[in-house]
Design a protein around this ligand. Structure first.
Ligand code: GDP
Length: 364
């Protein structure tokens, strides 16, 4: 599955957020949150379109799609040099698809700040520089490996070396790899390195209850700071999210939210933002047995999309029947869509679109 790693300094609210995610009552009953390991959890991706399909099809089961969250605690200053369990945590980050960086943007005299005062920019830089240090190490190792080959005139190695030097320079000046100015072709040289600071990132500004709607001065600073990375900032109050997550009853939850002037929980916004960050889209299958959401990357063609269901579907792919949700809503049943010419027959080259309702035909 797709994994998001939650990072940040100690005491910024990571565990509170993770626990809120773990106790969030899943919107679809048959896919509750489950904790795989103490620090790994799976949450369902909220999607109103599933509800629409459920009402139209009336299936036995509804299965939403999921994302995994990993709580990567223990990142402290010096982690890259092996302080604490530093290296182990850094290895955890290498395995995730995207990073959720929690930054403390709330004042509370009762909660000790590891660096003495609340300063989101400083906090972010501490974490960033640990990760950058690790990336620099990987890059320098590779440079050492190919330098000689490049000097001997090998064209490919020369080109790679040039790309690596761009990253090295950027990292040394305090930039994350994702923010280094490069050409597309420079990516080739670092593909095998799984750099930590090249992974897509979003920031969570953990604010006090009073700042959930408008943010605060800390949030403004953070937004300015991350503009260069083009990163999104999700504002939420982790402590409040923990309370919101406790509600079983949807109506009570909505009432609680509206007391705070919210339409949606911060967790939902976070999950959706993470989904977007990973460049993921959803297609659906809709039958009387089950209505189900499937996750694919934007741009995938029909056979690859089918492969998410089963590898046989991809291998034996013949064609796909595609209905647009809008048409399904209008005509109410698959049969009616067929009668009205609203089922498109697509081949191997079809690029699946967000919200498509798919039916695959394949050879076994
Ligand atoms: P972690 O070390 O990053 O995992 O941080 P924790 O989640 O353990 O939180 C550290 C402390 O900050 C705990 O005492 C939390 O109760 C408190 N805390 C977390 N989120 C908030 C918040 O949004 N507002 C306030 N006031 N306190 C919070």
């Amino acid at each position: 599955g797709l994994k998001c790693g939650i990072v940040g300094l100690p005491n910024v609210g990571k565990s509170t957020l993770f626990n809120a995610l773990s106790s969030a009552k899943a919107e679809a009953a048959n896919f509750p949150f489950c904790t795989i390991e103490p620090n790994i959890g799976v949450v369902t991706v909220p999607d109103h379109r599933l509800k629409v399909l459920e009402e139209l099809v009336n299936p036995q089961k509804v299965i939403p799609t999921v994302i995994e969250f990993v709580d990567i605690a223990g990142l402290v200053k010096g982690a890259s040099k092996g302080e604490g369990l530093g290296n182990k945590f850094l290895a955890n980050i290498r395995e995730v698809d995207a990073v959720i960086h929690v930054v403390r943007c709330f004042d509370d005299d009762n909660v000790v700040h590891v660096a003495g005062s609340v300063d989101p920019i400083f906090d972010k830089e501490v974490i960033d520089s640990e990760l950058q240090f690790k990336d620099l190490e990987s890059i320098e190792k590779k440079i050492q490996r190919i330098e000689k080959i490049a000097k001997s005139g090998d064209a490919k190695a020369k080109k790679e070396l040039a790309s690596l030097l761009k990253f090295k320079e950027g990292l040394q000046s305090g930039k994350n790899a994702r923010a280094v100015e490069i050409e597309d072709e420079d990516m080739e040289a670092v593909k095998d390195l799984h750099l930590l600071t090249i992974k897509p990132v979003l920031y969570v500004a953990n604010v006090d209850e009073g700042s959930i709607q408008k943010g605060n001065a800390y949030v403004e600073k953070l937004k300015e700071e991350v503009a260069e990375e083009n990163a999104e900032v999700v504002i939420l109050c982790a402590a409040l999210e923990a309370q919101i997550a406790e509600f079983d009853d949807e109506e009570e939850k909505q009432m609680f939210l509206s007391e705070y002037g919210l339409e949606e929980s911060g967790l939902n916004r976070l999950i959706s933002a993470a989904y977007k960050l990973l460049n993921l889209i959803t297609y659906f299958t809709a039958g009387v047995q089950e209505v189900r959401a499937w996750t694919i990357r934007r741009g995938w063609k029909a056979p690859a999309a089918a492969g998410v269901i089963h590898s046989d579907f991809e291998r034996g792919f013949i064609k796909a029947e595609v209905i647009k949700l809008q048409d399904y809503k209008q005509h109410k049943t698959e049969a009616a869509c067929r009668e009205n010419g609203k089922i498109a027959i697509e081949g191997k080259e079809y690029v699946v679109q967000d919200g498509d309702i798919m039916h695959f035909r394949f050879n076994v």
